[in-house]
Design a protein around this ligand. Structure first.
Ligand SMILES: CCCCCCCCCCCCCCCCCCC/C=C/C(=O)SCCNC(=O)CCNC(=O)[C@H](O)C(C)(C)COP(=O)(O)OP(=O)(O)OC[C@H]1O[C@@H](n2cnc3c(N)ncnc32)[C@H](O)[C@@H]1OP(=O)(O)O
Ligand SMILES: Cc1cc2nc3c(=O)[nH]c(=O)nc-3n(C[C@H](O)[C@H](O)[C@H](O)COP(=O)(O)OP(=O)(O)OC[C@H]3O[C@@H](n4cnc5c(N)ncnc54)[C@H](O)[C@@H]3O)c2cc1C
Length: 675
């Protein structure tokens, strides 16, 4: 067997796809180590994939699109039970990265009965429960003796947490909190796995002590009997019905009727209520929002992975799909040869890499903040909140757009559920809403930016944090892109900094100006909010570019460095063109400079072309994980599309009951009336 740089090559594959892999200039295992941020993790992913490949009981019994929701939940529970039983044979104990991969392979992205247990319930208990409480609940949760979720959002309120309606009123006499849902709109609504699976939840409720509202607090609440799984008395609970996607997760509703829990079920790591009702406040007012920050920090990587699923499917398929000619004297080309197809896919391949690099930095910062907060140091919480608010919004927005572009790049077959594109899109686009609606979270970042702008305007730039230090720097008068003989990334970064700084200062000026004219602060804020959110997006996109630059600078392997540098070139040119209005409006970049940027973009589309398949193969998704007929590693698309269609439940019989019952009589009566 010939040794190839692209490790996805196998004998018997579609030769069109093999031809693409042979042109790859770098080792895909080494690139996987960049993507997954360590050689060891990339290797472990492959090992886990191999273990699963050898265990048919962990495979899907039929394609997900052919199952009903009930069947999917049953199938997912079956596999969840198996992986729980055999967890220690497959992954390292308590390794959340390995667990994430195991879940994606075996259970898939549509969710499962313990999705929220791992991503929010355990993190909430870890960060917010006292040691004593952790002894009582956390070990049981980790052992899966109990199943939990995070119940915050209500029918009437998701964004505005101060106006939640669920109350937890302290009863000094019994030392209990009384949980109550006063109205329909106060029903908890949306929490994942609340509907049918969980028997506990970390519930967010407004805490009242002696008539005073202390705002949202988190409580550990038993919901269902541990033996019978029946709802406990005082609890109304159920599933909210099918959603756009993510339907294996039973998002639920929950109401309380004067439901009592002990005082000690308030999560008390940072906040306390003494038996007599004395309130001990936390070191930071938002410390109990940590489970949200946990998801926001990790979902950047999750989104990058879902974008790459779609790009892997579309890029592989574009290498085996032949349609039309470029040179009419030549045979039909692979659709990947079209510049429009490359322009549709390659900038998103670059974005997916940019997002995963930014995601790794975010998780690192999150872990640092988590450690510091545990020792009482809350100084970085605001920075982390601002960064994750911006990143979750920008990354989920472009991920959804990229997946939709990838779907359209697959033509008609992209519209078939055999592509799995609609599910990937549906799951990913949820990220624009959950963990804070994107506009709302951009406005959270904007608060931080406006404070920073105010420091700049009052001559206190030295106080700016590292993420916003550029706001205090002076711009060159014009961009130096194409004005220096060796235009490099530094000129692009300075241009993005200029654009983000100008928009931030302009939006802040608008806001401050309105207040100077007498507008009340919240009115001035609302009237400036579109401009403020533009600033947040530009700031975040600058951060993503910088994270990409930092990573490329670190890479030692020259072959990897070269292709990642190509991708970075593509990224900065594409991004600049995409935000060119901002660059042009104050003349910082001229139209002739933009022509250069455009030429560079086309140059790098062509340069990346031979590496396109290797760049998506490097994410090392198995066929089981991708669940897409179009995205198959071996490229044998057509025969498998036919097999997939034949397996459709509708094809079990030649004549459907609907035909017997309605269409046949209809046609017969139409024929009869003609006689
Ligand atoms: C397990 C690990 C695996 C590792 C492997 C890696 C792989 C990748 C993992 C992939 C993960 C994919 C996950 C997909 C799973 C899908 C599951 C979906 C689950 C969804 C769950 C939910 O949606 S839970 C509900 C979420 N809800 C929200 O987000 C609500 C949004 N609203 C808010 O957050 C708040 O209301 C608010 C922030 C908008 C306002 O809060 P509040 O009203 O209290 O604010 P104030 O106006 O009083 O104060 C503002 C002030 O507070 C500061 N602040 C706010 N939040 C924070 C914070 N968290 N930290 C620090 N500071 C904060 C804010 O900055 C303001 O400060 P000022 O100084 O006043 O400006
Ligand atoms: C797939 C999925 C899973 C979820 N899982 C959970 C879970 O496990 N647990 C849980 O508790 N919740 C969960 N949620 C709920 C989710 O967190 C909320 O839906 C989300 O925070 C948005 O809140 P909302 O629905 O109240 O939107 P709204 O706030 O009603 O948003 C509607 C519109 O109003 C705008 N808007 C609202 N407030 C402002 C403002 N202040 N300024 C400007 N514009 C504003 C928004 O931008 C948006 O355009 C989930 C949601 C989804 C879709």
């Amino acid at each position: 067997m010939v040794h190839h740089q692209n490790k996805a090559i196998r004998e018997g594959d579609n030769p069109d796809l093999t031809a693409e892999r042979v042109t790859g200039t770098f080792d895909t295992h080494s690139m996987a180590a960049q993507i997954y941020n360590s050689e060891a993790h990339a290797r472990r992913r492959r090992e886990i994939t191999e273990i699963i490949a050898k265990r048919p009981e962990l495979h899907d019994t039929k394609p997900f699109p052919f199952m009903t929701r009930e069947e999917k939940i049953l199938e997912s529970s079956r596999k969840l039970t198996l992986i729980t039983k055999h967890m220690n044979e497959i992954i390292e104990p308590n390794n959340s990265n390995e667990m994430f991969h195991l879940n994606n392979e075996v259970l898939g992205i549509e969710g499962h009965p313990m999705a929220l247990h791992g991503i929010m319930f355990i993190p909430a208990l870890t960060a917010q429960a006292s040691e004593e409480q952790q002894k009582k609940w956390l070990t049981r949760a980790i052992n899966r003796e109990i199943v939990g979720t995070y119940a915050q959002t209500e029918l009437g309120h998701g964004t505005n947490l101060q106006n939640l309606e669920t109350t937890a009123t302290y009863d000094v006499a019994t030392q209990e909190f009384v949980l109550h849902t006063p109205t329909i709109t106060g029903l908890k609504w949306w929490p994942g796995n609340l509907g049918k699976s969980s028997n506990y939840a970390v519930v967010v409720a407004l805490m009242f002590i002696k008539g005073k509202n202390y705002g949202p607090h988190t409580f550990m609440v038993p919901l269902r009997d541990e033996k019978t799984h029946q709802p406990l008395k005082g609890i109304t609970i159920g599933d909210i019905g099918p959603k756009i996607a993510y339907n294996v997760t039973d998002n639920g509703f929950l109401g309380f009727d004067h439901y009592r829990i002990p005082r000690t079920n308030l999560l008390m790591r940072h906040t306390r209520v003494e038996p007599d009702g004395t309130y001990v406040k936390p070191p930071h007012a938002k410390i109990n929002y940590s489970a949200m920050v946990h998801v926001r920090s990790h979902m950047i990587t999750g989104q990058a992975i879902m974008l790459s699923y779609a790009l892997t499917i579309a890029t592989r398929y574009s290498s085996v799909r032949r349609q039309g000619q470029i040179d009419t004297t030549q045979p039909e080309v692979k659709v990947l040869e079209y510049q429009t197809q490359q322009h549709r896919l390659f900038p998103y391949i670059a974005r997916a890499y940019a997002f995963v690099f930014a995601g790794a930095e975010t998780v690192k910062l999150y872990e640092r903040v988590l450690e510091e907060v545990a020792t009482g140091n809350v100084s970085l919480m605001a920075d982390l909140h601002a960064l994750t608010s911006g990143l979750k919004s920008v990354v989920s927005h472009y991920t959804a757009q990229g997946i939709e572009q990838a779907r359209m790049a697959c033509g008609g077959h992209g519209y078939s559920q055999a592509s799995y594109m609609s599910e990937i899109f549906g799951v990913a686009v949820g990220g624009c809403t959950y963990e804070g609606e994107n506009m709302v979270m951009l406005l959270q970042l904007a608060r931080y930016l406006v404070k920073s702008a105010s420091l700049v305007k009052t001559g206190q730039s030295s106080k700016l944090g590292p993420l916003v230090a550029y706001l205090g720097a002076k711009s060159d008068s014009t961009s130096l892109i194409d004005r220096t003989p060796t235009t490099g990334f530094a000129e692009y970064v300075k241009t993005f900094q200029h654009i983000a700084r100008r928009q931030t200062l302009k939006a802040a000026d608008k806001f401050f100006g309105l207040m100077e004219k007498g507008e009340k602060r919240p009115i001035a804020w609302n009237k400036s909010s579109v401009e403020l959110n533009r600033a947040s997006r530009l700031h975040t996109r600058l951060y993503i570019v910088e994270a990409f630059v930092r990573r490329v600078e670190e890479v030692a392997d020259p072959r990897l460095k070269e292709v990642l540098t190509d991708l970075l070139h593509l990224h900065v040119n594409y991004e600049l063109l995409d935000m060119s209005t901002y660059a042009l409006e104050d003349g910082f970049v001229s139209s002739s400079q933009l022509d250069y940027v455009r030429d560079q973009l086309y140059f790098y589309l062509a340069k990346i072309r031979p590496n396109a398949v290797s760049l998506v193969d490097s994410w090392e998704f198995s066929d089981q994980e991708l669940r897409s007929v179009l995205g198959r590693r071996d490229g044998h698309v057509y025969e498998n599309l036919f097999a997939w269609a034949k397996a459709s439940p509708l094809n079990k019989t030649d004549v459907l009951p609907s035909v017997d019952k309605y269409l046949k009589p209809l046609m017969e009566s139409a024929r009869a009336s003609k006689l």
